[in-house]
Design a protein around this ligand. Structure first.
Ligand SMILES: NC(=O)c1ccc[n+]([C@@H]2O[C@H](COP(=O)([O-])OP(=O)(O)OC[C@H]3O[C@@H](n4cnc5c(N)ncnc54)[C@H](O)[C@@H]3O)[C@@H](O)[C@H]2O)c1
Length: 336
């Protein structure tokens, strides 16, 4: 049994707590948060667990074997390092940290303390994105491919926690949201070499809230991103185009009311002429529970971590290049 302590139990922190609650070998024993409101909500659900207003107090608790860091991004580095130095393996939320320099310090601490540093890149544990990875790897699309991902939403208007769009604390959507895509593209496409980007700021917040970017990989594959947290969500687009076939997320024109969309997800794969079309079906699973189980398995020595800090730093490197390229409007090399 691994006794787990959570640092930061806001929106995602409680999501992590709920995920770990479903893992057989995990026991929720403590939480710390600077907000009494967040701590109160945690205590209501887990009255037997200890609560602390400062993370250093939690790290003095000998009943805590492993730590999950779910604070605003800017605090991941210092808290994760302190936790590893206290002898605990750490799962920290994505983005690993706000800057590449901070990520390096975290990886150095992990190497020095010999403590696991896993980053919660939940899409690595997702049956949905996992299914598209399988299609890509099968060669069905041909290559190189262009992965297009267009997302938006007027997050800046309702912005539940102000830190998300604070340039230093959260960094805005081009790091906080899009880092999922950078990490997954890095996993599938290999080394990202450069980016081109164009950004604008539509809200009063300090972070860039709207940008379009293309990430170029050494393999020839490309990731096209367009993200905004300042305009209406409109139509989101997520597809992958290859020379042999194109794949769209969802059943697209083959959607029928008979499809079981509760238990299964679907991708539509169409050949270049769009004459031959087929549906790929995959079972839906809660990626957060799969991720939590993987962390516990790693702590217990039953698995090798598939989402270590040494991989996650590369996604922050892509984000940093995009944030730099946006205002310049020209190509920027990715620096690791
Ligand atoms: N993987 C995902 O799908 C996903 C989704 C949302 C958020 N996240 C990530 O999770 C992290 C937290 O996001 P959130 O949505 O829960 O934010 P949030 O603002 O809802 O919660 C953050 C919590 O951390 C607490 N906190 C702040 N400073 C602290 C400190 N020094 N020590 C302890 N607690 C502190 C706050 O009081 C708050 O309760 C971010 O890094 C975010 O990018 C990941």
């Amino acid at each position: 049994m691994v006794r787990v302590g959570f640092i930061g139990v806001g929106m995602m922190g409680m999501g992590q707590v709920n995920a770990f609650a479903q893992v057989k070998n995990a026991q929720i024993v403590a939480a710390s948060d600077t907000s009494p409101v967040s701590l109160g909500k945690f205590a209501e659900k887990h009255p037997k667990a200890k609560t602390y207003s400062h993370h250093s107090e939690l790290l003095k608790d000998n009943n805590v074997d492993a730590v999950v860091v779910v604070t605003p991004t800017y605090f991941h580095k210092d808290i994760a390092i302190e936790a590893m130095k206290s002898g605990r393996p750490v799962l920290t939320e994505k983005p690993m940290a706000r800057t590449v320099a901070d990520c390096h310090k975290m990886n150095e601490a992990s190497a020095k303390t010999k403590k696991l540093l896993m980053v919660a890149h939940c899409r690595r544990f997702d049956t949905d994105w996992g299914a598209w990875a399988k299609i890509f790897k099968s060669g069905a699309l041909g290559g190189p491919v262009l992965w297009r991902d267009v997302a938006g939403g007027a997050f800046s208007l309702y912005n539940p926690s102000g830190w998300f769009l604070d340039e230093k604390l959260g960094g805005g959507p081009l790091i906080d949201g899009a880092v999922h895509n950078y990490d997954f593209a890095n996993l599938l496409f290999g080394k990202a070499e450069s980016v081109v980007a164009s950004s604008i700021k539509l809200s009063k917040h300090t972070a860039v809230d709207t940008a379009c970017a293309v990430v170029r990989y050494e393999s020839g594959n490309q990731l096209l991103m367009s993200w905004s947290w300042a305009i209406g969500s409109g139509q989101s687009l997520r597809d992958v185009l290859g020379p042999k076939a194109a794949m769209s997320f969802g059943a697209g024109e083959l959607a029928t009311p008979e499809l079981d969309t509760t238990n299964y997800g679907y991708y539509l794969v169409a050949d270049a002429s769009r004459q031959k079309k087929k549906l790929i079906k995959f079972p839906r699973k809660d990626m957060y529970v799969v991720q939590a189980k993987h962390f516990i398995d790693c702590v217990e020595g039953k698995a090798k971590c598939i989402s270590p800090g040494t991989e996650a730093i590369k996604a922050v490197a892509v984000a940093e290049a995009i944030l730099k390229a946006g205002p310049l409007g020209r190509e920027v090399k990715v620096k690791y």
